[in-house]
Structure formats: C-alpha cells, structure tokens
Design a binder for this molecule. Sequence first.
Ligand code: MG
Length: 330
Amino acid sequence: MAQQLALGVMTRLGTDALTALQHVRSLGVPTAHISYPVAMDNEAGVREIEAARRATDIEITTVFCSFAGESYANISTVQTSVGLVPEATRAERVEKTLKIADFAHRIGVTRVAAHIGFVPADHSDPLYAAMVQVTQHICDELAARGQVFALENGQETAQGLKRFIEDVKRDNLKVNFDPANMILYGNGHPISALDVLMPWIDGVHCKDGRWPTQDGQLGEETPLGEGDVDLHAWLKRLLELGYRGPLTIEREISGDQQKQDILRAVDLLERLRRGDPGAANMPCAPSPRCRSTTASPTPKAKSGCWRRAEDAKEGLKAFGEKRKPSWPSK
Ligand code: MG
C-alpha cells in the first residue's frame, strides 16, 4: 500500500512492463495508474508485470479502461464515441470493462477507472436510466472481486455526477477526480467541485488546462501549474477535505516533452509538499490563462500574473499547519 499522498504518474505498459515501470521510477515517483495493456492480458504478461513491479517497487494503483473507436477530438465526438454511452457498442464495452477488471484483479489491483461518457443531465432521459443500470452491473461484478469502479469526472457537472452516483447506489462506485477535465469540458470550477464530490473521491489526476475558447471545442491541456486549475488552491482544498490517496500526474502528450513536463510537475508537487513559498509564487502565464483561476478573481489576479501571491502565502501557511500530520516525509 502506497504512502499517503504518494506521487504517481499515468502511464502505459505497452508490451514491456519492466521498461515502462523503470521509466516511472526514473521520474522519481513510487506509484502509477496504467491504461489497460491488452497485449499483456495473458499468463506470461501477468507474470512479467509482477516481476517488473517487484524489480522497480512501483505500485500500480489503478487500471484505466479505454475502448476502440473513442475520440476526444471535440465535445461532439466525445458525446458520440466515448465510454458506455454509445448504444451500439455498450454491451461489448461493458464486457471489456469486466475483462479489464479481471486482468486488474490478476495483477493485484483493486481499482478500475473509466470515462463512461456523457451521461444525460435529464434524469427522465431513458439513456440516464440505462447508464445507471450498466454502472450498477459493473459495480456488482467488481464488488465480488473486492474492487472499486472509479468514474473519471469532467463530462458532466459536479452536481450531475453526484446525482448519478447517488442514483446508482453502490458503495464501490468512486470518483477519479481530474481538475483539468472540469475546465477542458467547461463544466465548472474544479475547487468548488471538490466540496460536492469529496465523499466519493478515492483518486486524483494532477493535470492542468485552459478553458475552451470556442463552442463545441475542448480546452487545451497544459503542463501542471500553467493552466487555469489554480493547483495550489486545489491541492489545499483537497487536503482540507481529508484526501490522502495518491497524487497521480497526468500529461497527455508523449515523448521527451512529456517526460520534462512530468519532472517539472513532480518538482512542483514536492515543493508544495515541503511548503516552499517559491512554489506558491510560481509565475502564472499571461492572460487569458489567469482569467478563470477563481470564480471571483482578486484584484491581484486581474492586475498581474504573479498569481494571487498573498492568497498563495496564506494558503501555504494553512498547508504548513496541516502538513506535518498530512504529508508523508518522503
Ligand atoms: Mg484524467
């Protein structure tokens, strides 16, 4: 079991678990979320993953589902292609979700997560009832193996997701909270959303992004600390509400730039963890990145790009007061 608030990264194993987990270790973090490695879903693959975990001492805390044919190009394609919402592929994707959960169980992972798609906000829509039903089915199957099913947020408002979880009525239904997704999909502020969803949040993605600038388009993902999430305030609230699970960095690009961005994210999170005032005073990118960091921006936020330095210092003070019992020493 990972230490409280252990850092992690979202990664892929591909066909070489050892190389993938050595890469995670090289980033200086002890945990990982992995996407489902279809090529390793066999006895040899499971043995290889177990050996790689022992060799690297990396804990895999979540296996993420993904499905053939999904597209995140814009809001419309997400609505029609992602998750369990599209009726034509729903049955096969439910079966695949259960197959992924079985794989996760065989590699010793008790948490399975997914974007289930755009659940209708209208509770009288037959699709809403259908989504409640399939989610109940998945939760029941996972519960039999001692697993939880975590919904990646973002394609709905926080209140909409809360209502859906309450309607599903399953104790092993959780939320993997990604603050950037709230912004990228234009569905609300990620800090106030914590207050709504905290009872179900058992994992997070530390990801950043900017609000959409055109109707129908997603916002733009950014390196951690450079988008509209207001990372420091978000983390502060997350801890105030009692979160102690892994902090898993997600950067949805590839190659050397992804590695560099993740290393900077690790450094930023570790500095925040130490209560380094320099971390709170990190420069915010020029407007319009600053425009939406809070519902009611302070004069400082409006007038300068040193992001609400006084607020940040005060936040760190509160961080520091809680830090000793809250943050692990390593
Ligand atoms: Mg995410």
